[in-house]
Design a binder for this molecule. Structure first.
Ligand SMILES: *Cc1c(COP(=O)(O)O)cnc(C)c1O
Length: 365
């Protein structure tokens, strides 16, 4: 292309792409080639060979020439069984729960409407609010990452948010905010409160029962953190009347035949994932104990499959880079939010991965 043509292309883009989008940066995913990957809350364990064989066998009967079951009813029924979702509640599926956040935002978006959450929190809420032209508002957590209830209730009163998102446990802090506080938020909120239970395999907390009590709550879950991040399957659970509205804007075939067949297979063998996540919970306790024993670090307890910790002042980036040089990829959160100063987040890996991480961490400190 000539320089001139390039210029006019720039002009075209400037003319037609909305400034909100031109000014955004695309979600950055670190290159993990050849790394021990402890940055993205993935389950480190593969399926054994026999299960892989049997999965591939089930894919033989999938018809790629046909559109998928638009409702994915079989998958939904299995999710109901595995997650004990009561018959009184309906389910809408998304291509990961990220798509469900987008669906919710699209459903309520109009000039002046607000999405409210807490920070540090899950970055996607802000990103999706920006794209859907919702006003994004957040309330800072306290220094120990609890809800600042007076401020949060004041902001709910002032902003009258269409949507409130609270992840339980919270990402990247790993903690729960407490049921009493959640109830106060739900009772104060004029619109929907979405409890994002992405880390449900790693905690005993379960807020599905709140759906029976309040008519402005939805619970969002995903199979990603349980061990199917590559599958991209999320679910939103709630009153059938809310879900019916969201079904109207869901693209009809958002869950493909390969995803449906693989999800059906994986949910049939959910016991395998349950054993793996139980192992990760044990490993989390070991990793927490070992990290806490390192005098230079402050470590936070976690109900999820990651642990947040703080280095000595100004050291986080150097520790992150030192680990990366040793082919260990974690997440540097220093700079992401004032409360995350000097903070790093490590995903709980296999025993061997955690051991390698600890060894190199001690070497770079
Ligand atoms: C990982 C994560 C999700 C996204 O999950 P996907 O289903 O993979 O899109 C949602 N919410 C929180 C808090 C997460 O950490």
């Amino acid at each position: 292309m000539t320089a001139n043509a390039n210029d006019s292309l720039g002009q075209l883009i400037e003319q037609w792409i909305k400034p909100e989008i031109r000014n955004m940066t695309a979600y950055h995913v670190a290159d993990a080639e050849g790394m021990i990957k402890l940055d993205a809350m993935e389950n480190p364990y593969d399926w054994d060979e026999a299960i892989v064989e049997s999965w591939i066998e089930t894919l033989r009967s999938v018809h790629l020439n046909r559109y998928p079951d638009p409702g994915a009813d079989q998958v939904k029924q299995q999710l109901r069984d595995v997650m004990r979702i009561p018959e009184s509640q309906a389910i809408v599926l998304g291509n990961g729960s990220d798509e469900l956040i987008q669906l919710l935002a699209l459903a309520v978006s109009a000039p002046g409407k607000t999405l409210l959450t807490v920070e540090p929190g899950f970055a996607m809420y802000r990103q999706i609010a920006q794209v859907t032209e919702l006003s994004f508002q957040s309330v800072a957590l306290t220094a120990d990452f609890e809800l600042d209830m007076p401020e949060l209730l004041a902001q709910i009163e002032q902003q009258q948010p269409a949507l409130v998102f609270l992840a339980q446990p919270n990402n990247p802090t790993g903690n729960l905010f407490g049921e009493e506080n959640l109830r106060q938020v739900i009772e104060a909120a004029p619109g929907l409160v979405v409890i994002d239970e992405a880390y449900t395999p790693f905690t005993d907390a379960d807020y599905l029962p709140l759906l029976e009590e309040y008519n402005n709550v939805l619970v969002m879950r995903t199979l990603s953190k349980a061990g199917l991040a590559g599958l991209r399957l999320g679910l939103l659970v709630g009153n059938p009347r809310w879900i019916a509205e969201l079904e109207k804007i869901r693209l009809p075939y958002n869950i493909g035949v390969l995803t449906q067949a693989s999800a059906e297979f994986a949910l049939k063998h959910y016991e395998v994932l349950r054993q793996q996540t139980a192992l990760i919970r044990d490993e989390r306790a070991n990793l927490y104990k070992d990290l806490s024993a390192i005098a230079e670090l402050k470590v936070w307890q976690s109900e999820a499959n990651f642990i947040l910790f703080r280095t000595q002042p100004g050291q986080a980036r150097a520790v992150f880079d030192g680990l990366r040089e040793k082919h260990i990829l974690i997440r540097c959160l220093d700079g992401a939010h004032p409360l995350l100063k000097d903070c790093l987040r490590v995903t709980v890996g296999s025993a061997a991965e955690n051991e390698a991480f600890l060894k190199e961490l001690k070497a770079v400190l």
